[in-house]
Design a protein around this ligand. Structure first.
Ligand code: NAD
Length: 489
C-alpha cells in the first residue's frame, strides 16, 4: 500500500489549484479510520470560496455550452481512460480515507467509471424529438439545452462514486459544475480532479471547493447556481430541497435509508443468507442500500436468526488492504460512538442481542474505529433501532406472520430507499415488487443498486425532488427543453 498524504488539500477553481481562504483554525485533520494515521488537512471552506468557484463556472459556461456535444463526450472517453490507468491508486486512496476493503473500493471506483462511460454517450442521450407536418407546412422540434452552473454535494460513504453520479452528465450536457466532496473523505475527489486537470478541459468547466455546511449553504444561496445534486442524510437533503425551492433552483436530494429485506421460507437459504450478510455488513453497514431490517416471514424467522448469526460471526474485521479482511472500520470515532449508543439503546428497549460487535479489537490497529458485526432479534418498529438509520454494522431482525403484514411493516416506514425479498416464489416476488414503497427493489439481490444507465434514488423521505440520479433522468435534470415550431414560406 502506497501511503497517501496531502499536507493541505487545495480547491480547484478556474482550471488552477488554490488554497481556501479559510483561516488556519478552520482546517481539519483527516485520518485513516483503520490506522489513525494522518492523511492530510482539509479546509472547512466558506462562501468566498464558493463565490470564486461559481464565478469561474459562470464564466466558462457560454463557450462550453457552444462546444459540440461529441467534443464534450470525448473528454468523457479520456477521463475514463485516465481512471482505468490510475485504477489501483484510486482504490487504495478510497480504502485509506474511508476504511472499506479494497474489494469494496473496487465497486466504488468502478461504479464511478461506469457513469463516465455512460455520459460518453451524451450525443445520443441528449437527442430531442421532432415531428414533421404538425400542421400544414409546419414542423416541430424539441431540443435539450444546458442551464448553467450546478452544485454537486456528496456524502462520505462512496468517496469516488457519488460525485461521479452527477459530474459526467452535468458537464457532458454542457453545464459547468462546483463539486463539494465530503470533508471526511476529500482525497478520492482530489485525485480525480488531478486527472480532470490532465484532460485540459476549458478552465472553469469543473471546480471543486472543500468544506462542510458553510460551503453547502454558500452553494444553496448563490443566485448564479441553477441547480443542486445532493446526496447525504435525510435532514440535510430536506434542507437542500427547501433552500433550493426558496431560491428557485432545481434540485435532486437523495437522503437516508432504513432498508427492509423480507425473507420467505422458500428462499435458497445458503445463497440468501450470504447475500443478506453482505448487504448488512458490507462497507461496515455504511451503504444507503444496506439491509437494515430483515423480516423473517412465518417459519423463516428462526432459521434466519440462526443462520445469519453464524454467517456474520465469520466476518473478519480489520484494515481494508489486508488479505482476508472482509469488513473495515467506521468512518470516525464520533460515528463509532453513535453506533455503540444505538446498540446500548437496542438492549435497553428490549431487543435480543444475538451477536455483539462491541469491544471489537483488531491486532496491530489500536486506533481503528472498529465495531464488529452485530445482530439484534425481536426488533419491532416501535424501537429506536427499528426506526432510525444506524448506518453501521447492526442488523435488526423482525418477525412477521405473512407476506402481507411484512409488506405493511416495510411500507409504514417513512424512509423508502431500497428493499429486497428472498424467495423462490414468483408470485410473492411479483407482489413485493409491485407493492413495496421503496424505489430500488431487489429480488434475491441484497444491494439493489441500479447501474449507471438506470436511474438511482429512493422515494418518500429518502428522496426529495423529481428527477433522480444518473440514467435518463440525469439528462432531464441537467437540461431544459426548448421546442421550436417552424414554417417557411
Ligand atoms: P451528511 O448529511 O452528514 O453529509 C452530506 C453532505 O452534506 C456533506 O457534504 C456534508 O458536508 C454536508 N452537510 C452535513 N451537514 C450539513 C448541514 N447541517 N448543512 C449543510 N450541509 C451539511 O451525510 P453523511 O454522513 O456524509 O453520509 C451518510 C448519509 O448519506 C446516510 O444518511 C446515507 O443513507 C446517505 N446516503 C444516501 C444515498 C442515497 O443514494 N440515497 C447514498 C449515499 C449516502
Amino acid at each position: 500500500m502506497q501511503k497517501y498524504y496531502v499536507e493541505k488539500v487545495r480547491n480547484y477553481i478556474g482550471g488552477a489549484w488554490c488554497l481556501s481562504s479559510s483561516s488556519e483554525a478552520e482546517w481539519n485533520e483527516v485520518v485513516n479510520p483503520a490506522t489513525g494515521d494522518a492523511l492530510g488537512k482539509v479546509p472547512m471552506g466558506n462562501a468566498a470560496d464558493v463565490d470564486a468557484a461559481v464565478a469561474a463556472a459562470s464564466k466558462a459556461f457560454p463557450s462550453w455550452r457552444e462546444t459540440p456535444a461529441p467534443v464534450r463526450a470525448r473528454y468523457m472517453f479520456d477521463l475514463r481512460n485516465l481512471m482505468e490507468k490510475n485504477y489501483d491508486e484510486l482504490l487504495s486512496i478510497c480504502t485509506q480515507e474511508h476504511g472499506k476493503t479494497v474489494e469494496e473500493s473496487r465497486g466504488d471506483v468502478r461504479r464511478g467509471i461506469d457513469n463516465v462511460e455512460t455520459a460518453a454517450g451524451i450525443p445520443s442521450l441528449m437527442l430531442g424529438d421532432t415531428l414533421e407536418q404538425v400542421a400544414a407546412g409546419i414542423d416541430c422540434a424539441s431540443y435539450r439545452q444546458p442551464l448553467g452552473v450546478f452544485g454537486i454535494i456528496a456524502p462520505y460513504n462512496f468517496p469516488s462514486m457519488v460525485p461521479l453520479w452527477f459530474l459526467p452528465y452535468a458537464i457532458a450536457t454542457g453545464n459547468t459544475v462546483v463539486v463539494k466532496p465530503s470533508e471526511q473523505v476529500p482525497f478520492s475527489q482530489y485525485r480525480i480532479f488531478e486527472l480532470l486537470h490532465e484532460l485540459k478541459l476549458p478552465p472553469g468547466v469543473v471546480n471543486m471547493v472543500h468544506g462542510g455546511r458553510d460551503v453547502v449553504n454558500g452553494i444553496l444561496e448563490h443566485r448564479d447556481v441553477k441547480g443542486v445534486s445532493f446526496v447525504g442524510s435525510s435532514p440535510v437533503a430536506q434542507h437542500v430541497a427547501a433552500r433550493c425551492g426558496a431560491t428557485g433552483k432545481r434540485f435532486q436530494a437523495l437522503g437516508g435509508a432504513k432498508n427492509y429485506t423480507l425473507v420467505m421460507d422458500d428462499c435458497d437459504w445458503e445463497k440468501s443468507v450470504a447475500n443478506i450478510a453482505d448487504s448488512a455488513f458490507g462497507c461496515a453497514g455504511q451503504r444507503c442500500l444496506a439491509t437494515a431490517i430483515a423480516v423473517g416471514v412465518g417459519p423463516a424467522y428462526a432459521k434466519l436468526a440462526e443462520q445469519i448469526v453464524a454467517r456474520a460471526s465469520r466476518i473478519t474485521v480489520g484494515e481494508g488492504h489486508q488479505a482476508g479482511v472482509t469488513m473495515g472500520p467506521l468512518i470516525s470515532a464520533t460515528h463509532k460512538e453513535r453506533v455503540l449508543a444505538y446498540i446500548e439503546l437496542g438492549i435497553k428497549e428490549g431487543a435480543k442481542l444475538l451477536l455483539d460487535g462491541r469491544g471489537c479489537k483488531v491486532d496491530g490497529y489500536p486506533r481503528g474505529h472498529f465495531v464488529g458485526p452485530t445482530v439484534f432479534g425481536d426488533v419491532t418498529p416501535l424501537m429506536t433501532i427499528g426506526r432510525e438509520e444506524i448506518f453501521g454494522p447492526v442488523l435488526c431482525l423482525s418477525k412477521s406472520p405473512d407476506l402481507e403484514s411484512a409488506l405493511a411493516m416495510a411500507n409504514a416506514h417513512p424512509l423508502a430507499n431500497a428493499a429486497s425479498i428472498y424467495t423462490s416464489n414468483g408470485a410473492a416476488a411479483r407482489r413485493f415488487t409491485h407493492e413495496i414503497g421503496a424505489a430500488m427493489v431487489g429480488v434475491n439481490i441484497g444491494v439493489a443498486a441500479p447501474m449507471a444507465y438506470f436511474t438511482f434514488g429512493g422515494s418518500k423521505g429518502s428522496f426529495f425532488g423529481d428527477l433522480k440520479a444518473h440514467g435518463k433522468d440525469s439528462v432531464g435534470f441537467y437540461t431544459q427543453s426548448k421546442t421550436a415550431i417552424q414554417r417557411w414560406w
